[in-house]
Design a protein around this ligand. Sequence first.
Ligand code: SF4
Length: 660
Amino acid sequence: MTAFDFLPVSREDMRARDWYYYDFLIVTGDAYVDHPSFGTAVIGRVLEADGYRVAILAQPRWKDTRDFEAMGAPRYAVLINAGNLDSMVAHYTAAKKRRSEDFYSPGKKAGRRPDRAVTVYSKLARQAFPDVPVIIGGLEASLRRFAHYDYWADRVMPPILADSGADLLVYGMGEKATREIARRLARKEPIASITDVRGTAFMSESRDKCRFEAVECPSFEDVSADKRRYAEACMIQYDEHDPVRGRAVIQKCMGKYLIVNPPQPPLTTEEFDRVSALPYQRAPHPMYEKEGGVPAISEVQFSIIHNRGCFGACHFCALAFHQGRMVTSRSHESVLREAEMLTKHPDFKGYIHDVGGPTANFRRPSCPGQLKNGMCRGRSCLAPTPCLRLDVDHTDYLKLLRKIAALPGVKKVFIRSGIRFDYLMLDKSGEFFADLVKNHISGQLKVAPEHCVDEVLELMGKPRHEVYVRFEEKFKRLNERYGKRQYLVPYLISGHPGSTLHDAVRLAEYLNRRGVQPEQVQDFYPTPGTISTCMYYTGLDPRTMEPVYVARDPLEKAMQRALLQWKKPENRELVLRALKETTGGLNRLRKALPDPPGCAGARKGLFAEDAERLRPQCKKRPEGARRSGRKGQKNQPAQGAEKITQKGRHGAALFAAIFE
Ligand code: SF4
């Protein structure tokens, strides 16, 4: 594999191809990895297949325009994305601390792209090539297409088109829109007249420029000044994000109009197959070898994406607002061709690491009606309870997995993408679940119950906890039946809107009862464009406009997070502080517990030291907020661990476990 097998990244590469001009420059915040999991590679190869000359500028320096000018001006447009992640998520943790590593950069080196990369690159591209259209896309542009709350700046920011000064924005999965724009630019159509492409957005002096039936949502100024208006805007934007029945959404902003056209329909199976079959090298560009390659490739090198879209629609996930809720999938033949190709790779050891996508076990639309009518407005297909029209069937996925497993050279086919366990449990045949346990787990299955308190789960867009409990039990039974020693790795979120400290204690107690100590815990991260982020910012559930409790205080967030890993010695102080907060005092808890023989002194000593340090500092829940129906819990007399738990005063069992 040589540099010649990749799209050109320098003038030398262009000369080697006898190119004296080129058509599109793709600027990206990630290293250039020619793999179908990377948007830059997909758009680059799609345009190449249509006969355009495409060059890649990966992680350019951003102090001046030199890197942008190095290959000269493209004929038709500069296409800009921040990379596979929003640049702020790539750079900062949920606690807003700078990350030290970057898996999308050579040698994991951080600092290779600017914060808010789309805006920075757009301005540089405009400066370098004033007459060339600038088009933005990818996750960062897509999820910031409307005025949005920015967690890092802690304020509402204008639509990214207004900040970046780009001409056009492509949102969602951009193949169809990009191809149409490319065709029209190649026909010399001015970028200002390309206002009628689905899946794009632009700024205009007049709302009359909108070519689709449209609805207006509250303006940037309104949503900045009024949280209720923000929540209203969020719901309009989500409701209209539908390729069948969605209308354009107009948002006034600083005297202009943002016009977001309705979404593109998802790729058909044939189109998806075609995109997947393009000549990706499935590797980072060789220019990164001396720096140790690009680590992000290792996650995907022997994995296959078989679907797109997700009707799970968890509220903390932006996928529904990017890829959409309508699931489409590749044909068996297309997936098998890719699997066969993997078996020929020199590093292939016989294991396909994943046949997945946003949710591994979705391969078809949620119901036949959605193809005609679109996704239901204001109704989720799965949560909190499944829709009666939901079409549950794993037969096709199962067949596909079996065919891949039967290929010469394949020893095992694993599923590492998330499985939607509530959908799995609705499958009456049980065949897929059995096959999953028998053949497709490499010791541990990652699942995402996220919490155990139903009110919190409802706000997350997740199924009720009892569904997970039934799933867990069945998983255990199947493992016993097939003589397997496999484990569930539950993914959990602390501090999601709606989760109080009491809820976090209940979750910690649940984990304690189940003997689970999660390795990884994600503190809720208010990333741009999600319904949960709207709840975090506004303190309202945008679906109902009811108030929602939000843990914003860093100390409370830290306590909620620590509770999920309460056994870690470094979390002990925070856990005890949380118990003190939620039970009306550790002394009461301590008195409620029998002293184990011979260690009363030791416990007392430990406790006295802890109690001395702990001070309640949690913010009070706002008046009327949900998840606050536990009035009178504080300062109630504790009369024994069991009784405390029975009364809903959670924490006693956890406290006992800490001192065991
Ligand atoms: S009818 Fe039910 S399954 Fe179909 S789109 Fe609506 S909520 Fe989803």
